[in-house]
Design a protein around this ligand. Structure first.
Ligand SMILES: Nc1ncnc2c1ncn2[C@@H]1O[C@H](COP(=O)(O)OP(=O)(O)OP(=O)(O)O)[C@@H](O)[C@H]1O
Length: 576
């Protein structure tokens, strides 16, 4: 719970106010039975109407004070819990944003979503309850025992014997349930994960008629969640009946001994009534306490899960040089004996890759599927760091550059196009928040999407659905390219980003890119694209098999010749 306490620190004064009003409310509650006893013994038993009225008026006044204190306590409790939850979510979001790709392999997206939503809510609810009633419950129990001693010490001894035993049983239950609730939250992650995959892949699921299969997967995950929650709740639900049994038993014992005390003259009727009243209040408080145990044990588990995210060490260090000399001026890229393997795998994905891409050069990256092309691209904006060798941009090792500086000047169009809910304009400007409308249109024109956008009913204000569902594959790709171009990048990375474009549109797009004089690396499978590149890198199983111009490779590289002939023969056979 250390994490929760650190988030509560800024609200120290509000917490103090909430506790103050809890104590006021509690003081009134504890004095009420005392006044009642006095009213019975000094007013009702003696027939003194004046005393009854005076004590009655005092009781009404105190009840109003308790009401006002309760309201103010609620106000401060919700202020603290909601703001603390807000702070926690914002800081979690910031932390997750700073995660490197390797960190995400330890925290799947579904689990991070549960942590940011459900886990924070569990903590918020518990903080609210704690400030509102949790403190009140143990204090009411303690206060009741003390007041019972003031009223009649002999009868109060019964309570003193019962309360500690009950308290230890409740704490034991809480610890046991806590472990189970951590597992419950993990099962909730699993349900969210299935749900997330289903929503993202709904088209494939329908197309492959896999609804039944997916329903079964969801049912299985939900059943696991239900079963574990039920076993966790069994422990916590044991608490309430246990409290009621023990406390009601205590009342019977108090009445039994009380009757002897009253007969023997060592206790008054009012005293016995007051002690029974305190015991009833304690029963209520203990019942609330047992209910809160469930929330508390769950919040402990949630707090640990949130602490795990905060404790996660970011596996990618930001460069320390803020020197403007380390800005990208030219965009010359040097890969110097670069090797790389993913953190979770044993096998190197790239081995000893060396090449240079001069300013404004167009480099085509070619290779079989799984040969490491996308991985090579991900190393440039430092989505991962190299394991061996180094990457230089304008002679600066990219690990020394500030991540912001580096990424700002790279236009990256990943293989899987990612668009956001919003307008076409918003989606292009996403690449450069400061872009003017002219710059947005200019980028769209160069990306060959402007005419298509102008044909939409609302043109640049046309709303795109989630992930751009209302666009074709080629339209999405061109919008993603426009988003990269609006940054006016020094380096442009196109990861198979023109695969859905016809040859004519692709050629127009490549010609338009000349206006940017950026160094362009493009992964492609199309010979028509490769032929126009200044340099071609041919990858095979993570190694750089050949590099050179189309002419050179066609002369010297057997694999390149094979790819070339296979594609052109294929095209010829289509023509025939
Ligand atoms: N996040 C990852 N974690 C572990 N291994 C990965 C990860 N991403 C890719 N790989 C592995 O790295 C190798 C290279 O993958 P990469 O995506 O770079 O290939 P590619 O040449 O771009 O393939 P394609 O043309 O199919 O996109 C593959 O064997 C792949 O299984």
């Amino acid at each position: 719970m250390k994490t929760v306490f650190s988030f509560l620190k800024p609200y120290f004064l509000c917490i103090a106010a909430a506790l103050f009003f809890t104590l006021t409310e509690l003081a009134v509650e504890l004095f009420q039975p005392l006044l009642m006893a006095k009213m019975i013994d000094d007013g009702i038993m003696t027939g003194d109407l004046g005393a009854v009225l005076a004590l009655g008026a005092a009781m009404v006044g105190m009840s109003l004070a308790a009401f006002a204190s309760g309201l103010l306590n609620s106000f401060y409790s919700s202020h603290v819990s909601q703001n603390m939850g807000y702070d926690m979510r914002c800081q979690l979001f910031e932390k997750i944003q700073s995660f490197a790709f390797a960190n995400f392999s330890r925290f799947p997206a579904s689990s991070l979503i549960t942590r940011m939503t459900n886990d924070v809510t569990q903590i918020q609810n518990t903080v609210f309850m704690s400030l509102r009633i949790m403190l009140r419950a143990p204090l009411l129990v303690l206060g009741s025992v003390v007041m019972a001693f003031i009223v009649n010490a002999r009868l109060a001894l019964i309570l003193l014997a019962v309360v500690p035993v009950l308290f230890f049983i409740l704490v034991w239950l809480m610890k046991r349930a806590g472990k189970l609730f951590r597992a419950v939250q993990e099962k909730l992650d699993a349900v969210n994960s299935v749900m997330q995959e289903n929503l993202a892949g709904i088209r494939v699921i329908k197309a492959f008629l896999r609804r039944k299969h997916e329903s079964d997967r969801f049912t299985k995950a939900s059943k696991n969640l239900r079963n574990l929650t039920v076993s966790a709740l069994r422990w916590t639900e044991l608490a309430m009946p246990l409290v009621l049994l023990v406390m009601n038993g205590s009342i019977i014992v108090i009445l039994w001994f009380g009757s002897f005390e009253v007969t023997g003259g060592s206790a008054s009727v009012g005293e016995v009534v007051a002690i029974v009243n305190y015991t009833t209040r304690m029963t209520g408080a203990m019942s609330i306490f047992s209910m809160i145990i469930m929330a508390f044990s769950r919040a402990r588990a949630s707090s640990q899960r949130i602490a795990d995210v905060f404790a996660e060490e970011i596996s990618l260090r930001d460069g320390e040089e803020s020197d403007s000399a380390l800005m990208i001026q030219q965009g010359t890229i040097v890969f110097d004996s670069v090797s790389f393997q993913y953190p979770e795998t044993e096998v190197p994905v790239l081995q000893n890759i060396s090449f240079t891409a001069e300013r404004g050069e167009r480099v085509a990256v070619l290779g079989a599927t799984g040969s490491g092309k996308s991985t090579l691209f991900q190393l440039l904006p430092r989505l991962y760091d190299v394991n061996g060798g180094k990457i230089l941009i304008d002679d600066n090792d990219i690990r020394k550059m500030k991540l912001d500086v580096l990424r700002k000047q790279i236009g990256f169009v990943p293989q899987e196009t990612m668009l956001f809910t919003g307008t076409v304009k918003d989606n292009i400007a996403w690449g450069n928040a400061k872009a003017t409308m002219e710059e947005i249109v200019e980028a769209a024109v160069h990306a060959q999407i402007h005419d298509t956008v102008m044909a939409f009913p609302d043109q640049y204000d046309t709303l795109l659905g989630q992930k751009g569902v209302n666009l074709s594959g080629g339209q999405k790709q061109r919008l993603a390219i426009a988003r990269a171009l609006v940054r006016k990048p020094k380096i442009l990375l196109l990861d198979d980003s023109t695969s859905a474009l016809d040859v004519k549109t692709e050629q127009k797009l490549l010609a338009a890119l000349k206006a940017y004089s950026c160094t362009t690396l493009m992964i492609t499978q199309k010979m028509s694209t490769t032929m126009n590149a200044d340099t071609i890198l041919l990858l095979e199983e993570g190694r750089l098999l050949a590099k050179g111009s189309h002419k050179q490779l066609l002369q010297d590289c057997a694999l390149y010749q094979k790819i070339y002939h296979s594609q052109f023969e294929e095209e010829d056979s289509y023509v025939q």
